[in-house]
Design a protein around this ligand. Structure first.
Ligand code: NI
Length: 201
């Protein structure tokens, strides 16, 4: 290759190197690296739902706040109540900083979780916890956007009002512009969650 080619190659290497260094040096780079290597898809996006007071809301109603987003259902016997309690404790850990965080509980069981059922439920966990429901299609769309898996248990497909819903259990942290920042798996301690949220403040 001629000198032009060599200059081009040198410049290219410099640019790629600087880009990599920038990514590696950034706070939260472990997550960035894992997103890059695992090809984790984008999490979050627009939604249109109804909150537990009956108000129609979209993602833009929550702009300007960090969001903690958890998907589940009020009839869940153990995992959902545990995680909502963990979320509440993490917010208490944050003290005044918690004012910048809006916790959301989005049902994966809209047929049973009406606005009034949600209103009764969310108040047991945290004063500012918002419960969100919607049509079956709206819930399917928001679950897809957040890469949340959910399905009624096969034996309960036949009908009746007593059924279990299997669902993935992640608490998502979104930034004030609605972009994904972090997620917390089941079993992550509230103190750890509070610490990881506070990194972004
Ligand atoms: Ni659950």
């Amino acid at each position: 290759m001629g000198w032009r080619g060599m200059v081009f190659c040198a410049l290219f290497a410099l640019i790629v190197g600087a880009g990599l260094a920038w990514i590696i040096e950034r706070p939260g780079s472990e997550r960035m690296a894992s997103v890059m290597t695992t090809g984790e898809p984008r999490v979050g996006g627009p939604f249109s739902l109804v909150d537990h007071t009956g108000r129609s809301v979209t993602e833009s109603d929550y702009r300007g706040h960090f969001l903690l987003v958890y998907f589940g259902f009020t009839y869940c016997p153990d995992v959902c109540p545990t995680e909502l309690q963990v979320m509440a404790t993490a917010l208490e850990e944050l003290g005044r900083k918690a004012e910048r965080v809006q916790p959301l509980f989005i049902t994966v069981d809209p047929e049973r979780d009406t606005t009034s059922v949600l209103a009764d439920y969310v108040k047991h966990f945290y004063p500012r916890l918002v419960g969100l429901t919607g049509s079956v299609d709206q819930i399917a769309a928001v679950a897809r956007a957040y890469r949340v898996y959910f399905a009624k248990e096969p034996e309960s497909q036949a009908g009746g009002s007593s059924y279990n819903v299997n669902h993935s259990s992640y608490i998502y942290l979104m930034d004030p512009a609605g972009r994904f920042l972090d997620h917390f798996t089941f079993g992550t301690a509230p103190e750890e969650i509070a610490r990881r949220i506070a990194r972004y403040f």
